[in-house]
Write a protein that binds this ligand. Structure first.
Ligand code: ZN
Length: 294
C-alpha cells in the first residue's frame, strides 16, 4: 500500500527560494539575503505570507519598513555627529572557533578618554552607514521583484507518507541529538562562568597593580622634584610596568599622572598620536638615549 500526501511548493516573496506552502502561506525557512550575499539569517521575512506566485504585497510592506528604518538610522547618525549621544554599546569578539564569543560594554562619554570616545562615535557612524547601505540594497532588490511581478501557479506534488515506525525512529534519533546538544550547552555555559570568574580575579589584581604603579610614579616624581636622582629607579619601574614602544599610550594616558610621567622622562607628548587629531602622552625610556624601549 503506497500512502502519499499532497504538498505545495511556491516561491517566497522575499528571498525568492522555492519553499513549502501550507494553508496558502510560506512555511518557516531559513534564508540568505540575496541582496547581501551573506550567510543564513534565520527565519525569512516572507514566512507566514502568501507566495510570490499569488502576490507581491509583502515586498511592498518591506520596502516601506526598510525606508523608515533608513530614516531612523540617518537620524541616529545626525545625533552622533551633533554630540547629543552620551552612551554607545560597543561590541567586539573574543576567542577563536568554538570559544568565540561576542562581548559588549556600554561606553559612556564621561568615563572615556576623549580620543577613545571619538573612535567609538566614528565606529558607530560606520556601523549605521553599513546598515543603511544594506537596507538600500534590499529596497532595490524588493523593487525589482515588485516591478517584475506577475501571477503564477503554486506547484502541487505528491510524496510518500512516512510510516509510523520510521517516524518513531526519526523522532528518537532527534531526541537523542537534542539531549546531546543540551548537555554540550550546559558544559559550555559552565566553562564560560569559570572564565568570567577568573577574569574578575585577574581584573582585581590588575587594578591593585595599577594603583601601586601610580603610587610609585608619584613618589619618584616627588623625589626628583626634591633634587634626587631617580633615573635608574624610573627605568626599573617602567620595566616592571611592562611598558613597550608604541604599545602603552592608552595605559599611560589613563593613569592620571601625566605631569609626573613627563617630569620623570618616562613619557613624551606625541603630536597627533595615531592620527587621533590630538596630542597624547607616549612612553619613552629615558636611559637609552631617548630611544624606545623595545
Ligand atoms: Zn523566504
Amino acid at each position: 500500500m503506497s500512502n502519499t500526501s499532497v504538498r505545495f511548493l511556491a516561491h517566497c516573496q522575499i528571498c525568492g527560494n522555492e519553499q513549502k506552502v501550507r494553508n496558502g502561506r510560506m512555511v518557516s525557512h531559513g534564508y540568505q539575503r540575496p541582496w547581501e550575499g551573506s550567510g543564513n539569517m534565520g527565519d525569512c521575512g516572507g514566512v507566514g505570507h502568501v507566495p510570490y506566485e499569488v502576490s507581491c504585497d509583502r515586498l511592498k510592506e518591506l520596502v516601506v519598513e526598510e525606508q523608515s528604518h533608513q530614516a531612523a538610522l540617518n537620524e541616529s547618525i545626525a545625533q552622533l555627529k551633533s554630540g547629543a549621544v552620551t552612551e554607545i554599546r560597543v561590541y567586539w569578539t573574543e576567542g577563536f572557533g568554538r570559544n568565540k564569543r561576542q562581548q559588549s560594554k556600554l561606553a559612556q562619554k564621561v568615563n572615556c578618554v576623549e580620543h577613545e570616545w571619538d573612535a567609538h562615535v566614528r565606529g558607530e557612524v560606520i556601523r549605521f552607514e553599513r546598515l543603511i547601505k544594506n537596507s538600500k540594497s534590499a529596497v532595490l532588490f524588493f523593487n525589482d521583484r515588485i516591478s517584475s511581478w506577475k501571477p503564477g501557479t503554486v506547484k502541487e506534488t505528491t510524496e510518500a507518507v512516512i510510516s509510523a515506525e520510521k517516524r518513531k525512529v526519526q523522532s528518537d534519533r532527534s531526541a537523542a541529538k537534542k539531549a546531546e546538544r543540551t548537555a554540550k550547552k550546559a558544559e559550555a555555559s559552565e566553562k564560560q562562568k569559570t572564565a568570567a570568574e577568573k577574569r574578575k580575579v585577574a581584573e582585581a589584581e590588575q587594578e591593585v597593580a595599577r594603583q601601586g604603579f601610580i603610587q610609585q610614579i608619584k613618589e619618584l616624581a616627588a623625589k626628583k622634584a626634591a633634587g634626587g636622582n631617580v633615573s635608574a629607579a624610573a627605568l626599573e619601574l617602567a620595566r616592571k610596568m611592562g611598558l613597550k614602544k608604541n604599545f602603552n599610550w592608552l595605559i599611560i594616558n589613563q593613569l592620571g599622572v601625566n605631569d609626573e610621567l613627563l617630569a620623570l622622562g618616562l613619557a613624551k607628548v606625541s603630536k597627533n598620536h595615531m592620527n587621533l587629531g590630538k596630542d597624547y602622552l607616549c612612553y619613552v625610556a629615558p636611559l637609552q638615549g631617548g630611544q624606545w624601549l623595545a
